[in-house]
Design a protein around this ligand. Structure first.
Ligand SMILES: *Cc1c(COP(=O)(O)O)cnc(C)c1O
Length: 374
């Protein structure tokens, strides 16, 4: 699904130099590259504070911990996302309240969010799924009206722009809510050579608290003001990420170009619904995910695999139907859009190293299967 080696080879001298520098300094934890990367990401995102941490799941957990929510408080999020989003809500003994997504963008449905708000609701976690932002204007309007926190999960959309529909003013995904969270998992749009994550905020007090929470709840060493966790981005990862950050826009452009190629290749095929991009967002295509209509997905994926072509299903089981998350609250049929997507989506390889020749082969194989099988 990705070509991390090809991407590395193009910037090998810079990456290798950055890694060597860290090794030579042996400042493996909290070395200068961590601060440098945080500052560079702050200016890239135009946000006041970036606080790095161990991974994207920790970022979400830290965000919710910083908001001082109480057990039983309700947090609204989407039923169509990676498990981490709901996992941290449940781990903190908060109540995940799931809502359905929109059929065209697969992102959280603002009307469904509106209907799900109760007096116990404290926060909304919109996920900017597959690389495009949720409708942040509507989400922020709902949050303002009901005095809710917004934690943006931008693990898949780092670098994506949201353009305010009225003013046209652009903001980066993850910088509009109370706190933004991202992941630097190797296959994400800005990927480390291991695990990594970060939280963003424009709120000075929250930033201070997030820094402490990620560091055992302490500001002064061995004086613990909060019950925190130990979650940090190590210096080697920060050095790698700092080199790659300079290429993030170029990486997004390569992904957009690859997506446009697939769009054209599948334009005349009625059985493939290509991904729609909402008018207010620039899609950075963490995934290129199509909806298959009356196609045997399993057989198609098998056909592709036999030709050495990767494909994947994100996500085969909606959150409310996962074994660990089944509850009295939800059952089959509650989120029809999510359930239909789970049965019919398929993601194709999309990354920074795709060439038209490779894409021709991938798209050709998909279309060949569909033509052969009616
Ligand atoms: C990857 C991902 C996460 C978690 O990130 P990790 O770094 O793997 O912990 C959270 N939310 C979404 C939507 C993701 O895609």
């Amino acid at each position: 699904m990705v070509d991390l080696l090809g991407q590395y080879q193009k910037i090998k001298p810079q990456i290798d130099a950055a890694i060597s520098e860290v090794i030579d300094n042996t400042a493996f934890i909290k070395g200068p590259a961590v601060k440098r990367f945080q500052e560079h990401l702050e200016s890239y995102l135009n946000v006041k504070h970036v606080i790095t941490c161990g991974n994207g799941t920790d970022a979400l957990q830290l965000a919710l911990m910083a908001l001082d929510l109480q057990p039983g408080d309700e947090v609204i999020t989407t039923s169509f996302t990676f498990i981490a989003t709901a996992e941290v809500i449940a781990l903190l003994k908060l109540t995940p309240v799931l809502v359905d997504v929109l059929p065209d963008t697969y992102n959280i449905d603002p009307d469904a969010v509106r209907k799900a708000v109760t007096p116990r609701t404290k926060a909304i976690i919109p996920v900017h799924l597959f690389g495009q932002t949720a409708d942040m204007q509507q989400i922020m309007d709902i949050a303002r009206k009901h005095n809710l926190f917004v934690v943006e999960d931008t693990a898949q959309a780092l670098g994506a722009d949201f353009a305010h529909p009225q003013t046209g003013e652009k903001q980066k995904a993850g910088t509009m809510g109370t706190i933004g969270c991202t992941s630097f998992f190797p296959s994400k749009n800005l990927g480390a050579f291991g695990d990594g994550g970060a939280v963003f905020t424009n709120d000075d007090l929250l930033a201070e608290k997030l820094r402490m929470l990620a560091n055992h709840g302490m500001k002064v060493r061995y004086y613990h003001d909060h019950i925190g966790i130990n979650s940090r981005l190590d210096t080697l990862q920060a050095a790698v990420l700092d080199v790659k950050l300079a290429h993030l826009d170029e990486y997004a452009a390569a992904r957009q170009k690859a997506a446009a190629f697939y769009d054209r290749a599948f334009a005349d095929c009625e059985k493939i619904i290509t991904p729609a991009t909402a008018s207010f967002t620039a899609h950075v295509f963490h995934q290129y995910t199509v909806v298959l209509k009356d196609v045997d997905r399993k057989a198609l994926m098998q056909f592709l695999a036999e030709r050495g072509i990767a494909s994947a299903v994100y996500y085969p089981v909606p959150l409310h139907l996962q074994k660990a998350y089944r509850s009295q609250r939800y059952g089959e049929g509650d989120f029809p859009v999510t359930e239909a997507l789970s049965r019919s989506v398929m993601s194709l390889p999309i990354h920074t190293e795709l060439t038209p020749e490779i894409q021709e082969v991938i798209a050709g194989a998909v279309l060949e299967f569909i033509h052969k099988n009616g």
